[in-house]
Write a protein that binds this ligand. Structure first.
Ligand SMILES: NC(=O)c1ccc[n+]([C@@H]2O[C@H](COP(=O)([O-])OP(=O)(O)OC[C@H]3O[C@@H](n4cnc5c(N)ncnc54)[C@H](OP(=O)(O)O)[C@@H]3O)[C@@H](O)[C@H]2O)c1
Length: 308
């Protein structure tokens, strides 16, 4: 019988227990740190404790419960084994909705309109046509690419920034570090959908955010660690940036007494842009377990050495 260890240092993954057992009745699950977790052949993880995976002598496959694998990659003793992630169409569609809503929020100046309404202040703002608004997607992977169609359907000019060059119809693609300044300089609404890697940690810093045109806005959907929060706040207070929707944070949940909740121009959302349903996670994992046991190629495998 295949044995799977469900491992997460920062909280139990008990919401997955029933869906996993339903999807895989012939697999034995053991939750870290319950006895026997270390003899499993497969680890299903979010943020495993450093060294835990290296201490599993029978381990052959590491699987993330989400789209990101940064919590796994952070392990300094990570064994050189196949790593897979979840790529879920429903999550990608939800993310695309969130990005479209965020773009419309800034484009139609709802940040100002909502503030005015709260003050019973009737004031019609000048409008900009969608075709004159430029949305820049940092990352055109499984999630970024799904946002292109909805954004284009409204009429926005859409561009993207990727690591490797590519051609996407209707999207101006900038690739590589050298192209980042040019990408930022032509972006009114910046959306971060990058994976967290050593190259992207802290990428949304003063030096880079300053290259956005004055009045630009940020929608952060990737990871809190991409953003240098003090730099963002300074640029908002200086008026260089107009606002930010922040969905992800270095510490989640964002503490109730955190000043960001009340920072003018910042809208905090609770890591809700795109969530995979437990049943979808279990179904994808079950398919990869089936492939693993029958020696077939795994789905959504992380490329060696790329880190995402
Ligand atoms: N807020 C939420 O609810 C939520 C939900 C799910 C996921 N997420 C976050 O979203 C992230 C993206 O997910 P995904 O599935 O779209 O990832 P993905 O398929 O791996 O795509 C990543 C994209 O980022 C680009 N990229 C990576 N490193 C880069 C670099 N150094 N310079 C320029 N571009 C770089 C990649 O370029 P190439 O195309 O050249 O490879 C690719 O286009 C996840 O890692 C996770 O952190 C957030």
């Amino acid at each position: 019988m295949t044995k799977v260890a469900v491992i997460n240092e920062t909280g139990a993954l008990s919401f997955l227990t029933a869906p996993l057992e339903q999807a895989m009745p012939d697999v034995a699950f053991v939750h870290w740190p319950d006895p026997g977790w270390d003899t499993a052949e497969i680890a299903l993880c979010w943020r495993p404790p450093a060294g835990a995976l290296a201490s599993m002598p029978n381990l052959k496959l590491i699987h993330s419960i989400g789209a990101g694998v940064d919590g796994i990659m952070a392990d300094p003793q990570l064994p050189a084994l196949p790593i897979c992630r979840v790529v879920d169409g429903t999550l990608a569609a939800a993310m695309a909705e969130f990005i479209l809503w965020g773009a419309l929020y800034f484009h139609r100046q709802m940040d100002i309109v909502i503030r005015n309404a709260r003050d019973a202040h009737w004031h019609r703002l000048e409008q900009t046509a969608a075709r004159d608004r430029r949305v820049g997607l940092m990352g055109l992977g499984a999630l970024g690419i799904e946002a292109v169609g909805p954004l284009r359907s409204v009429g926005y000019q859409v561009s993207g920034w990727t690591r490797s060059p590519r051609e996407i119809e209707g999207v101006t693609v900038f690739s590589g570090e050298a192209a980042l300044p040019a990408f930022l300089a032509q972006t009114d609404i910046l959306v971060s959908l990058l994976p967290l890697t050593p190259q992207t940690r802290g990428i949304l810093n003063r030096a880079n955010l300053s290259q956005l045109p004055r009045g630009a806005a940020l929608i952060l959907c990737s990871r809190g660690e991409h953003l240098v929060m003090d730099d963002l706040v300074a640029l908002l207070r200086e008026g260089h940036l107009r606002g930010a929707i922040l969905d992800v944070f270095e510490t989640e949940p964002l503490p109730a007494d955190h000043p960001l909740w009340h920072e003018p121009g910042v809208l905090v959302t609770p890591h809700m842009a795109g969530l995979a349903k437990p049943r979808a996670i279990a179904a994808q994992f079950a398919e990869n377990v089936r492939r693993f046991t029958s020696g077939e190629p795994l789905l959504n495998r992380i490329e060696n050495g790329r880190g995402y």
